[in-house]
Design a protein around this ligand. Sequence first.
Ligand SMILES: Cc1cc2nc3c(=O)[nH]c(=O)nc-3n(C[C@H](O)[C@H](O)[C@H](O)COP(=O)(O)OP(=O)(O)OC[C@H]3O[C@@H](n4cnc5c(N)ncnc54)[C@H](O)[C@@H]3O)c2cc1C
Length: 428
Amino acid sequence: MGPVPKSKKKLSGWANFPAIEADVFEPQDAAGVGYVVKHTSSIIARGNGKSYGDASLSPVVLSTLGLNRILHFDPDKGLITCEAGVLLADILPVILSAGWFFHVTPGIKSITVGGAIASDVHGKNHPAKGCFSNWLISVELMIGDGSIVLCSRDENPDLFWQTCGGMGWTGVIISATFQLMRIQSSVMRQQTVHGANLEQLFAAFEENNDAGYAAAWIDTTAGLKNFGRGAVHFAEHDSAPSSLIWPETKTKNIRFFAPSWILNPLSIRAHNAIYFNKNKPGVKYVHMDDYFYPLDRITNWNRLYGRRGFVQYQFCIPEEKAFDGFKSVLEAIRKSADTPFLSVMKRHGERPPEAIHSFPIKGYSLALDFPRTRTILSLVEILDDIVWQFDGKIYLTKDACSNAKMGRVDPGSFGEPKFWSLLKGRIG
Ligand SMILES: Cc1cc2nc3c(=O)[nH]c(=O)nc-3n(C[C@H](O)[C@H](O)[C@H](O)COP(=O)(O)OP(=O)(O)OC[C@H]3O[C@@H](n4cnc5c(N)ncnc54)[C@H](O)[C@@H]3O)c2cc1C
């Protein structure tokens, strides 16, 4: 095996902050990954760079996008084995036409299987289905000496669980096998419920506890009697059989970075009023692509935040403290000069005790997208204090600037020092 292509690139996560210059290796197969791992002293694996912060940034980066082969698909059992750099978007057309979908999918399909495992991603159905690891059968992991270790619940179980949500610190995932879910229709029945304030929003989640999927949008600009109002979208897979062809979707592209002032408290308030009124209570039938991946319609929507980028702050607070925690967070935001453009609330269930690095804890999470202003870091400090006080934690794959303790993970306690990212250095 000869040297692997390497080039200097400007890299960032999806939020365009922070951005660094890195040496990027681009191996095309496991042997190439082995060459890079053996010939570098410090490296981090990078999938499609859709984590928001500094999780896949390091002075030396190993891109897995060349490992893009689906190795085996059993259409009877719904089992798929693929290399780590395969995108969920590339798997969808193959599995849907045979009547299968992911048990767990995040709100974006252009992420790699390796990224889904390393962040142990969750979807809008966490109480029922857990995280990606719940459906993961096995992983081939390249460790620091260049050897490949098969990890599953039975073989090398510690390494298996440390790799799920382990942010790439245990090694480079080469390939994985996971279980898919049977479906009959590509249509979702979606019901929207309004909560006129935060109490009603939480009540809507409680009352629809058995909904297959649930996620809410919160209007963080509303005050007084509308404080914490929002729209909750509940959904189920439609039971009537329908075409199972994954569509070729047309996307719009934001070609240039928008001026940073475009998203300001006034324009965000106006956007929120329009969103609330447009998303009226009622039932509608939508294609899975629109339900699960609405943001994928606009390529490079992150450029709307301008060159300075943005900060996504996603936290989870245990069930019994979630309402008070959310109230304190929303009050702190209203007192500050910063306003999030997007805010998504989800409910989470129990996690398997072995899934020690998974982000969700039984309770509620809120993801907030803030334009990166001069004052945002001070607000993050305040939010960290509140979330900590309510026994919460943040999602490391979104993080770029929180206090080191907030992920409730000790990077020094597992993995290999060789697999190093800016995130690991910042919180380790
Ligand atoms: C619009 C949008 C919506 C999202 N919605 C959700 C959501 O609903 N739920 C959710 O959980 N997440 C969500 N995310 C976050 C996203 O799913 C995760 O950050 C995911 O890990 C990104 O995968 P990636 O392939 O882009 O990996 P990268 O961003 O490149 O890397 C993410 C982490 O995985 C590690 N990694 C990647 N590949 C490997 C490998 N082969 N071996 C070892 N480590 C590896 C990296 O080192 C890094 O720590 C969303 C992101 C966006 C942009």
